[in-house]
Design a protein around this ligand. Structure first.
Ligand code: NIG
Ligand code: FE
Length: 417
């Protein structure tokens, strides 16, 4: 089966030769073909180019059926890659939202047993089935917003059984949805209440019991630690990443959200695939990242929702770094997985150009979750994960019209979703 999208006003983020990421000044450039076609065969992109170069005979050669779709006036973009989410969770936390409106900080709410521990209570009580159903609905929601690949973390279980339960839900989502999904073990998200005052013992439990069991069931692709003030120290993080490495789990960490925590440096030391949040990042962190294979990832939704200072993205790009952006979809700090809104926040709050936010939410975020060879751009041989917009004036309109849903059709693995 072939699908041929015709008369595309602009085909965006095209790539002739594969790139692992886009860094520095190149982030403001995109491959764009005006008046283009896109050919899909099976689950892959089979060709693209200018309409005037389209050879209909070769498209129709052989006995395949060809479904033609006219995309006049519309843009086609590769699906968003959302490289950082916590979308398996139970219940919601709008009560804390009110606390925040009344002036409490994220750390104060966490200290009172709210925050992550509040979600942990609920996860422990929920069945695997209930968690799956709620997460499945969120996957449907984000697919409709144009997301085609998503990383999902555990980290609301905080005991062995509940962490494994979350990871099994993610495994089922991988099998039962057409999105490309990566899973991350985040046992070190917070110290659970039963280990209060015994943080090192909890870290021992993660290292000696949780990681071996997660690895034995092959439940995770990555290991994460919330390395920040009031959460896990650099030393805890070092021990956990080291244990993860021994079991083949590459690091992908929460760093420098609340303080200059040393999280970036320890992440780079373990060749983390990404370090995420980065509200607190200075010259040392930038220099360290420049020497690394680690993708700096900012989470504009969490910074917006918590009213935090914004990461110095312009400085990072000027220094020559690549930058990725993800939604951080979770009930506490970012209750939204809408990547188009994340693009708008990137433009408005981080002063990024539309081209830069598209790179940050496609090819760079694909790298940040280890799927840049499969998705993240329009390239022959990559998975046919893309969306067609409604009729729009041009690509700048996408982040500009910041609440409009401009996704008209979604294709995942070559099938219309
Ligand atoms: O990425 N910063 C740590 N963890 C999550 C928030 C989790 C929560 O509040 O439930 C984050 O923002
Ligand atoms: Fe997070």
């Amino acid at each position: 089966m072939k699908t041929l999208i015709l008369n595309i006003k602009q085909l965006i983020q095209t790539e002739e030769a594969p790139r692992k990421w886009v860094a520095g000044e190149a982030m403001s450039r995109l491959g764009i073909i005006e008046n283009a076609y896109l050919l899909v065969e099976g689950d892959k992109i089979a060709g693209f180019g200018k309409m005037e170069d389209l050879d209909m005979e070769s498209v129709y050669a052989g006995s395949d059926t060809v479904k033609e779709i006219d995309a006049s006036g519309r843009l086609v973009l590769p699906s968003f890659c959302d490289s950082h989410t916590h979308l398996v969770y139970a219940g919601s936390r709008e009560i804390e939202y009110i606390d925040k409106i009344r002036g409490l900080s994220y750390e104060e709410i966490a200290k009172r047993g709210g925050g992550i521990l509040n979600s942990a209570e609920r996860i422990r009580q929920a069945s695997e089935e209930e968690l799956f159903d709620a997460a499945y609905d969120r996957i449907q929601e984000i697919a409709g917003f144009g997301t085609g690949a998503v990383e999902i973390k555990s980290g609301y279980g905080l005991d062995t059984a509940s962490e494994l339960k979350m990871l099994r839900v993610i495994r089922r989502l991988k099998a039962e949805t057409p999105l490309l999904i990566k899973s991350t073990f985040l046992g070190a998200h917070a110290v659970p209440s039963e280990y209060k005052g015994r943080q090192t013992e909890y870290v021992d439990l993660i290292i000696n019991e949780m990681i071996p069991m997660v690895a034995a069931e092959e439940l995770a692709d990555y290991v994460d630690v919330f390395c920040d003030k009031g959460f896990f120290t650099v030393e805890d993080t070092d021990r956990i990443l080291n244990a993860g490495m021994k079991y083949g789990l590459r690091a992908k960490i929460h760093a420098n959200e609340l303080d200059y925590s040393g999280g970036v440096q320890v992440g780079v030391k373990y060749n983390a695939i990404s370090v995420d949040h980065l509200e607190c990042i200075g010259d040392d962190e930038i220099a360290c990242l420049l020497e690394s294979e680690t993708m700096p990832t900012v989470l504009p939704g969490a910074a917006f929702f918590l009213n935090m200072p914004y990461s110095p993205v312009r400085k990072m790009i000027q220094a020559g770094l690549p930058v990725a952006m993800a939604s951080d979809y979770n009930p506490g700090s970012s209750p939204s997985g809408n990547m188009k809104f994340i693009m708008s926040l990137g433009c408005i709050n981080y002063k990024m150009l539309p081209e830069e936010v598209i790179n940050a939410t496609t090819i760079n975020s694909a790298y940040a979750m280890g799927v840049e060879e499969e998705v993240g751009s329009i390239a022959v041989g990559k998975l046919a994960n893309f969306y067609i917009t409604t009729p729009v004036p041009g690509l700048e309109y996408l982040p500009y019209a910041y609440t409009a849903n401009l996704v008209e059709a979604v294709f995942l693995k070559g099938e219309q979703y």
